[in-house]
Design a protein around this ligand. Structure first.
Ligand code: SF4
Ligand code: SF4
Length: 222
């Protein structure tokens, strides 16, 4: 008989405990956990409350050291192509045009004061292929290629994941290429005219011959 009443007491206690937990969550549901990101000092203090965010109007901030969608500040890009060569999946495509002497001022300098010597009409990053390894960012000499905080960049059409950062339109690029050809032709013409007048450009100093290799060292066993 005592076991009978003991079971009733256990059942009632269990139901009361469960209902207390349910009621506590019910009360907590009137407040929100907040949207502190993993970098935030309060992140682990957000214990109570709902964690649902009204995405995409609200989003958890991305960690500052996270590697997300790439961004190129083309104003600081010198067109060295190191990032393109370093990328293991070949998702960066760059085309450059040499800056002619009279265009150096127009091409400008980087924010670090370095003269830019290449136009970059094509600087495309296929972020659909990018695995955000960060190698390209680490080799960039001007720090213009960075991971942005944009973590959600899904698209219905994969072709929209090709990001263009080039600093010339197609028409401008064609004009710059013509200028390079004209500058080259002018230099060749000037050289030909100088040669016709008998003005031979100063010859470079001949390379010094390498010293003859010495006798082979005798082996220890001979
Ligand atoms: S992060 Fe890696 S995969 Fe993406 S473009 Fe840079 S090197 Fe290529
Ligand atoms: S490594 Fe940097 S500076 Fe060189 S082409 Fe790439 S983004 Fe431009």
């Amino acid at each position: 008989m005592s076991e009978y009443f003991s079971n009733i007491r256990t059942g009632a206690t269990t139901i009361a405990t469960g209902m207390a937990i349910t009621f506590r969550h019910f009360i907590n549901a009137v407040k929100r956990k907040g949207d502190a990101g993993i970098d935030d000092a309060d992140y682990f203090k957000q214990v109570d409350g709902l964690c649902t965010l009204q995405y995409p109007g609200e989003a958890v901030p991305t960690p500052t050291r996270g590697r997300y969608r790439l961004y190129n500040d083309i104003e600081d890009c010198i067109g060295c192509s190191q990032c393109e060569r370093a990328c293991p999946v070949e998702c960066i495509t760059i085309e450059t045009i040499k800056v002619t002497a009279d265009d150096l001022a127009a091409c400008g300098k980087t924010s670090g004061g370095q003269q830019k010597r290449f136009w970059v009409p094509v600087f495309d990053i296929d972020v659909a292929k990018c695995m955000t390894c960060g190698i390209c960012v680490s080799v960039c000499p001007t720090d213009c290629l960075v991971h942005s905080p944009v973590a959600d960049f899904s698209e219905f059409d994969v072709s929209n994941m090709l990001y263009h950062y080039g600093n010339l339109s197609k028409i401008e690029a064609e004009a710059k290429k013509r200028k390079v050809e004209e500058e080259k032709a002018a230099k060749e013409k000037a050289a030909a005219e100088a040669a016709a007048r008998g003005e031979v450009p100063a010859a470079r100093p001949a390379p010094q011959p390498k010293p003859a290799p010495g006798p082979a060292p005798e082996s220890a066993g001979e």
